[in-house]
Design a protein around this ligand. Structure first.
Ligand SMILES: [Zn+2]
Length: 475
């Protein structure tokens, strides 16, 4: 009988949990985001149309910083020697909870808000990773928290980090080096996605570098014996890399982009350049592979009898997952429930799927259970990784595009400037605001998140994989 009543009680508790209601405080966070909704959408759409790329996001950065300032946050611009990086702060004392906002676009992805490929401006950049929504949603969450501190519902400090150049140079690495997260207890972030999830998966560590070969120009036919070809070295180098692929870990990736292989056919090229990237889910595995790929440049230079130069561009860590933080986020996603779409939006989504050869199933706006953390994830890389080794990080993904949409493509741009993107962005703003509220409201949650961070980090000493100042164009 006792057993039965315990079971009955447990049943009632779980019933109660699944049907839990949003608290008055959380409703206030949601109401705050709702209040700023139209302005946040306007900022996101402006950044979408501007589509400024790495370290050149001057107006995009200004739009976000100005709105933070207008709403009573203290803004410090040009942090970490990056003109477009900034910090907006409100409040005082502990805890210090921060949120990340990206806003850089990708070259060549310009697109109108139509469900078939149709550039707004031929060859111009576009927001193929949805960073226009990223920045605006995170700022909405920061302002919602600012308003809760102001109302006396919570105490502490909220920070919004305007983080440029995620796509090309990994700008956060210089911001981490500048110690900007040193006083932060927990950081929150999100990324536009094709599903809603409290994100507990890591990304891939990577290193980026440039190899340049210097030879001797000569007439390609009348006196080629006077020439030493930089492009021969480049070809030998990429051949070496491609042979080496057979012997790397299946989880590793090597990419290269030939940037200069000579100009004309009748000159032995005296200069060649390629950009190389090595990745793996584990930095420890990536580093020896990187050393090998780097060393091969010398071999190629010897074979072609040319000189070579190696320059490190940047490197990033894999993301340190935080499942305790993921659980807090998951709880808030369940409180918010699914995103619903109009018939027009579903038709738009299906048209994109038709155009990109994907099953025409529309958007996935459901909240799924918290996933297991994969030991060796595939996918991309992010400089949020470097933040996550310095401060516990809670991550979120929210649907802004139809299921199966190719990322870094026109299709993401097509959604990021209309209602499908807007809905995801406002949803992300609420989910992050609610999660940040929990962290302010309950010091025990902060402790749990920090505890897991310490355990996962272990005795790894973080050292940024950069060399010198940020590569600001024109500087
Ligand atoms: Zn991105």
């Amino acid at each position: 009988m006792k057993k039965f009543s315990t079971l009955l009680l447990l049943g009632l508790v779980s019933l109660n949990l699944s049907a839990q209601k949003m608290s008055k405080d959380k409703k206030a966070v949601v109401a705050s985001v709702e209040k700023h909704k139209e302005n946040l959408i306007q900022i996101s759409d402006s950044i979408w149309a501007l589509a400024e790329t790495a370290f050149e996001e001057s107006i995009s950065s200004e739009l976000l910083a100005d709105y933070a300032e207008k709403n009573g946050m203290t803004v410090t611009r040009g942090v970490a020697d990056i003109p477009t990086a900034f910090v907006a702060t409100y409040g005082s004392g502990k805890p210090v909870i921060s949120v990340l906002g990206e806003f850089d676009a990708l070259p060549g992805l310009s697109q109108n808000t139509v469900p078939t490929k149709d550039p707004r401006i031929d060859g111009a950049p576009g927001h193929g990773c949805g960073h226009n929504m990223f920045g605006a949603a995170s700022l909405g969450a920061a302002i919602a928290i600012k308003e809760q501190i102001e109302a006396g519902n919570i105490k502490g400090t909220v920070k919004f980090f305007g983080t440029p150049a995620e796509e090309k140079f990994f700008g956060k690495v210089w911001m981490v080096e500048a110690g900007l997260w040193d006083d932060v207890d927990v950081n929150v972030s999100w990324h536009p996605s094709a599903e809603i999830e409290a994100d507990v998966q890591s990304g891939l560590a990577l290193v980026d570098f440039m190899i340049e070969f210097y030879g001797q120009a000569a007439h390609a036919s009348s006196d080629p014996w006077n020439g030493r070809s930089a492009s021969d070295a480049l070809e030998l180098y990429t051949t070496g890399i491609n042979y080496y692929r057979e012997h790397i870990k299946p989880t590793s990736r090597i990419h290269y982009h030939i940037q200069d292989g000579g100009q004309v056919v009748n000159v032995v090229p005296d200069y060649a350049r390629l950009w190389v990237r090595v990745r793996d889910p584990k930095r420890d595995v990536m580093l020896p592979t990187f050393e090998r790929v780097k060393a091969m440049a010398e071999g190629a230079a010897i074979m072609a009898n040319v000189d070579y130069k190696y320059s490190l561009i940047s490197g990033i860590y894999e993301t340190l997952v935080n499942r305790e933080g993921g659980k807090i986020m998951q709880n808030n996603l369940e409180l918010l429930g699914p995103i619903t779409y109009t018939d027009e939006e579903i038709t738009y989504g299906k048209a994109i799927q038709e155009a990109t050869g994907k099953p025409q199933v529309g958007m996935d706006g459901e909240v799924h259970p918290l996933k297991e953390t994969e030991e060796l994830p595939g996918g991309g890389s992010t400089d949020v990784g470097d933040v996550s080794w310095n401060v516990p990080n809670i991550n979120l993904g929210v649907t802004v595009a139809p299921k199966g949409t190719p990322w870094h493509s026109w299709a993401v741009v097509a959604c990021g400037g209309m209602s499908i993107g807007h809905k995801g962005m406002i949803y992300a703003s609420k989910a992050m605001g609610m999660t940040m509220f929990d962290l302010f409201d309950d010091p025990k949650l902060v402790e749990k998140v920090k505890e897991e961070f310490k355990t996962r980090k272990g005795d790894v000493k973080y050292e940024a994989m950069i060399d010198g100042p940020p590569p600001i164009p024109g500087k």
